[in-house]
Design a protein around this ligand. Structure first.
Ligand SMILES: NC(=O)c1ccc[n+]([C@@H]2O[C@H](COP(=O)([O-])OP(=O)(O)OC[C@H]3O[C@@H](n4cnc5c(N)ncnc54)[C@H](OP(=O)(O)O)[C@@H]3O)[C@@H](O)[C@H]2O)c1
Length: 326
């Protein structure tokens, strides 16, 4: 059995994490032994390794915040979930490990026949995309939304969810090779970021009023998105991929009265009721399990190759998520 552990945090994320062996733990009352099926490496996992995330676990810690596993052994007094059942891993368990122990009550069974790799990304990105489309602006069918980092996991889900709601999307990326793949996902307009973004967006949308902007980049990327928005629009920043503070032109703030807001899923979890959480996750799980909602995969790595996996996941210009498998 192997786990991807870090004893310290540091500026080079793949330097601090390593695969270490551990022996099979003895199961206590109510516990089950799980074998990993798949767990993604998200930008937040990388920021957790460097110490730059908004919430940091005590050290030493096991990497990974979401994923799916199957039940391989029951502890005393446990008979469900059944052996071989696919389950969603609870947040905070440390998912980059070949095996882990969890309380049976904390596990959510998922459809065994669905693709475990797609299921493994359910906890973080699909609800983020969904909530950013519903929590900030009252959008109607036919309304436009603009986002940057549109080829990200969140960006891909947002394109697909917006399409299902009858919304139109302008998607800003950093390279031309992404235009066709994102249009296949349902994107209406895909543009390469640049100084003329505002004019290109106006031309491609026939001057549509865009009341919601979604920014994962920060820095001048925020400013270019802000320039494309309508009067009194809302710009939601939810990521810091550029590592730079958000910039917004005074013209956009003063003359257009654009509001900038932040979104953090962890904060939504604190305020949403159990019913709201179950309703959102029930709907999204159904969409992912039936293949209606999906995200591209760049590569998969075994836990033993965690350093290489984290190094690749920390780099830009990937073709999708990096996945950890046993
Ligand atoms: N606030 C929340 O609750 C919440 C929840 C989920 C995710 N997030 C955040 O959402 C963002 C996307 O997450 P994800 O898992 O979807 O990411 P991902 O699939 O790993 O994709 C990363 C994206 O960032 C882009 N990118 C990387 N460096 C960049 C730079 N310097 N300038 C502009 N774009 C850059 C990449 O574009 P290239 O392909 O061109 O490199 C790619 O589109 C991350 O910042 C993540 O932390 C926030």
């Amino acid at each position: 059995m192997l786990k991807a552990e870090y004893q310290v945090r540091g500026p080079v994320p793949h330097d601090v994490i390593e695969a270490v062996e551990f022996s099979q733990p003895e199961l206590q009352e109510g516990e089950v032994l799980l074998e990993l099926l798949a767990a993604p490496i998200n930008p937040s996992d990388v920021l957790t390794l460097t110490g730059d995330y908004g919430m940091l676990p005590p050290l030493p810690a096991i990497g990974g915040n979401e994923g799916v596993a199957k039940v391989v052994q029951h502890g005393p007094s446990v008979d469900s979930p059944a052996l071989e059942q696919t389950v969603l891993l609870p947040v905070g368990i440390g998912t980059w490990a070949t095996h882990m122990v969890a309380n049976a009550n904390a596990l959510t069974p998922l459809p065994n026949e669905a693709d475990p790799v797609q299921l493994s990304m359910i906890t973080v990105n699909p609800p983020t995309a969904s909530l950013m489309l519903t929590e900030f602006v009252d959008l109607k069918e036919g309304d436009w939304v603009i986002q940057n980092a549109a080829n990200s996991g969140v960006g891909n889900y947002l394109i697909q969810l917006a399409k299902m709601k009858g919304l139109k999307t302008v998607n800003v990326v950093r390279r031309e090779s992404l235009i066709d793949p994102l249009k296949e996902q349902g994107a209406d307009v895909v543009l390469v970021d640049g100084e003329n973004l505002h004019e290109e967006v106006a031309a491609q949308t026939e001057g549509a009023e865009i009341r919601l902007g979604i920014d994962a980049v920060g820095g001048s990327g925020t400013a270019r998105l802000g320039n494309c928005l309508a009067n009194e629009a809302t710009l939601v920043n939810y990521g810091m991929m550029s590592g730079k503070p958000c910039v917004l032109s005074p013209h956009v703030i003063i003359f257009k009265d654009v509001t900038i807001r932040g979104f953090w899923l962890a904060k939504w979890f604190r305020s949403a009721s159990k019913e709201q959480q179950m309703s959102l996750y029930g709907e999204l799980t159904q969409l992912v399990a039936t293949g209606k909602l999906h995200a591209p995969i760049h590569a998969s790595y075994a836990v033993k190759d965690i350093k290489q996996a984290v190094e690749v996941a920390s780099q830009g210009e990937r073709n999708g998520k990096v996945i950890v498998t046993p």
